[in-house]
Design a binder for this molecule. Structure first.
Ligand code: ATP
Ligand code: MG
Length: 385
């Protein structure tokens, strides 16, 4: 996939900016706080309809403005698509997504129009923090290649919220609702019978990839990175039956607590290095490498599943990596349209061709200095330093 044009309007510290990236490596450089990550955030919005760093749309709208827009044109195997996200958190409809000028009513229609893999220093939290970040990592990845999964996951989350609300009502002695609870549980079970096998399938694919990638990066054949699915304790040959029993046996306990204790909203991925939990026993460098492998594995899986490479967004990662890891990363991005942010061009491997894009912050307004002309879209010779 190739993004050909990006347009920002009242988005973060951009008033109005248009930028035509190169189809290879775009090196977005500028001082701290100039607006580099904001460009990656806009791309992420157009891919997944949301920011990678905040759940609040109003934060990304330029201060003192009421409407923020990010839009882009992306070329894929299926042709060109124009994606436009208009954020109006103070209006009635808070987020409007248009594809080729037509408003879409379901976010699932956006999935897959632009696929991206974002890697930033915070990704080590996927390894180090609690399970919710690992679930998000998995869900955002699968949703981009499997729209049915995204739709089913939204349905599942809705059902869990409804069950939680109902549990609280029953707790207040509204016992006649128990039949409704059973009906709801059956829907939750059916939904998981769809979701669990998909999660397991993709975890297995990631597992195969990270094992190979980790050995390649670390150049140590005796270091084995392994990941395991930790879902509800059930036999996967009889998902529905086992889950039904679990809901029945946890019902009383759940009514007391007012929350659903069983289900894939509690899933985790266990990440081990040589059979030991990496977040407990791994060094900082091993954890960082594992996080890099988890993200890089998505590129080849996406390519093999949908037949084209995603766009790669690398936020501030070069300076964090040692020479070997940086070399590996830069070698593996050939043929992938990439956006790399850095503060200093010196961070960059001098052997790889890149297209430099300077971001300047002028009195709180970001400006992009880019050598690709808007009207004449021929890309200048990439810089060989
Ligand atoms: N809603 C907003 N309205 C206006 N400006 C904003 C808004 N949100 C963030 N900013 C500004 O955007 C800038 C930060 O942008 P960004 O995170 O892209 O910087 P960066 O170039 O990636 O910096 P670093 O190198 O430190 O990562 C800050 O100057 C901040 O004040
Ligand atoms: Mg940044």
């Amino acid at each position: 996939m190739t993004i050909e044009r990006i347009h920002l309007h009242s988005f973060r510290n951009y008033e109005e900016a248009v930028f035509c990236p190169s189809d290879a490596v775009n090196l977005i450089y500028g001082n701290n706080g100039s607006g580099k990550t904001n460009i990656l955030e806009a791309i992420h919005y157009c891919a997944l309809g949301r920011s990678h760093r905040t759940g609040y749309d109003r934060e990304v709208i330029r201060k003192n403005e009421r409407v923020g827009v990010c839009s882009l044109s992306v070329r894929s195997n299926h042709g060109m698509n124009q994606i436009k996200i208009t954020l109006t958190p103070f209006g009635i409809k808070k987020k409007n997504v248009e594809i080729n000028g037509k408003c879409i009513s379901r976010m699932s229609d956006l999935m897959g129009k632009l696929r991206c893999v974002m890697f930033s220093p915070e990704d080590i939290l996927i390894i180090k923090e609690g399970p919710s970040l690992r679930r998000r990592y998995l869900d955002m990845f699968i949703s981009q290649i499997n729209t049915a999964y995204f739709i089913e996951l939204q349905k599942y989350n809705r059902l869990i919220n409804q069950r939680n609300a109902l549990l609280k009502q029953i707790r207040k002695n509204e016992k006649e609702q128990t039949i409704l609870l059973e009906i709801m549980e059956e829907q939750i079970v059916q939904s998981q019978a769809v979701l669990i096998p998909i999660r397991m399938r993709y975890i297995e694919k990631i597992r195969e990839n990270v094992r190979f990638l980790y050995q390649k990066i670390s150049q140590k054949s005796n270091e084995i990175l392994d990941i395991q699915y930790c879902g509800p304790l059930i036999q996967y040959e009889r998902i529905s039956d086992d889950l039904r029993k679990k809901y029945e046996s946890s019902r009383e306990h759940d009514i007391i607590n007012g929350v659903t204790s069983v289900g894939i909203h509690r899933d985790d991925i266990e990440i081990n290095l040589n059979n030991h939990l990496i977040r407990t026993y791994g060094s900082q460098g091993q954890i960082r490498t594992a996080a890099l492998c988890m993200k890089m594995s998505q590129i080849s899986i996406m390519e093999s599943e949908v037949g084209e490479k995603p766009v790669l967004l690398l936020d501030d990662v070069l300076s964090e990596l040692d020479y070997l890891r940086r070399k590996f990363l830069l070698e593996s991005i050939s043929g992938v349209q990439t956006f790399i942010t850095c503060t200093d061009l010196e961070d960059y491997d001098k052997k790889v061709a890149f297209h430099p894009v300077l971001v300047k912050n002028q009195d709180g307004i970001a400006e992009i200095e880019n050598s690709i002309e808007l009207d004449n879209k021929t890309v200048e010779d990439p810089l060989f330093l």
